[in-house]
Design a protein around this ligand. Structure first.
Ligand code: PEP
Length: 254
């Protein structure tokens, strides 16, 4: 039985320490000791420490939104996996569609980051998903397969079992549009088929695949109730304690 994982990607929001702290506290006060679902906060880098001090002693995990795949060196402006660890991170989001689009991140670079996360004992949350244009052209499965093959290249089955994939159709991110539960389920099942082919069936059945794209309290139950959907990566609705709590409470896991 896979445990659901619900992660909040705060993006470039809730950046001021006071706002990030208040948001973390609002959720931790209610669900800090909740064990039935893994809850993860991914605040902006500058708020990691403040958020960590709020969730210390709770069951909530901390994640970075990105990393640079080098431990140290002359890489002005970048964030090393060691800095994330030092701030208390357990997870790191890699290959979010905003990074693929705005920062031109390729599968190869994303794969380097995934490997770097493992080398530093961080759990990667690897984001994959098709654009609207690709979906309309009937390319959803081809894109998802390409992102999986590229992102998971060179990993071991043991590594893949412990990581998280976030299937996020790009057209559903921040738009209020969501994949229907049936459509999302069928892409998640397709992902497991690809992972089974690349590794083995046990790996495909063990690893967790989140859905992301306008998840809210009122659609969480149906989406997260699908057999191959193991939680959610949440953007907009993770920025208010009540709406994120609503997703946790409607997840069906409690
Ligand atoms: C995201 O950015 O990962 C995301 C899913 O955003 P939203 O929930 O706002 O669609």
């Amino acid at each position: 039985m896979r445990k659901l994982i619900i992660a909040g990607n705060w993006k470039l929001n809730a950046g001021a320490e006071a706002a990030a702290t208040a948001l973390a506290k609002g959720i931790a006060d209610k669900h800090g000791q909740t064990d039935a679902v893994d809850i993860v906060f991914c605040p902006p880098f500058t708020s990691l420490r403040a958020v960590q001090s709020v969730i210390k002693g709770t069951k909530i995990g901390l994640g970075g939104q990105n990393l640079y795949p080098k431990a140290d060196g002359a890489y002005t402006g970048e964030i090393s996996p060691l800095f994330l660890l030092d701030c208390g991170c357990k997870y790191v989001i890699i290959g979010h569609s905003e990074r693929r689009t705005y920062f031109k991140e390729t599968n190869e670079f994303i794969n380097e980051k995934v490997k770097c996360a493992f080398a530093n004992n961080l759990i990667p949350i690897l984001c994959i998903g098709e654009t609207e244009q690709e979906r309309e052209a009937g390319k959803t499965e081809a894109v998802v397969e390409d992102h999986l093959r590229g992102g998971l290249a060179g990993l071991t089955a043991e590594q893949v079992k412990g990581m998280v994939i976030a299937y996020e159709p790009v057209w559903a991110i921040g738009t209020g549009k969501t994949a229907t539960p049936d459509d999302a389920q069928s892409v998640h099942a397709f992902c497991r088929k690809i992972i089974s082919g690349l590794f083995d069936e046990t790996t495909a059945q063990t690893m967790r695949i989140q859905y992301g794209g306008s998840v809210k309290a009122d659609n969480a139950k149906e989406l997260l109730g699908q057999p191959d959907i193991d939680g959610a990566l949440v953007g907009g609705a993770s920025l208010k304690a009540d709406s994120f709590i609503g997703i946790i409470e409607n997840s069906g896991a409690l």
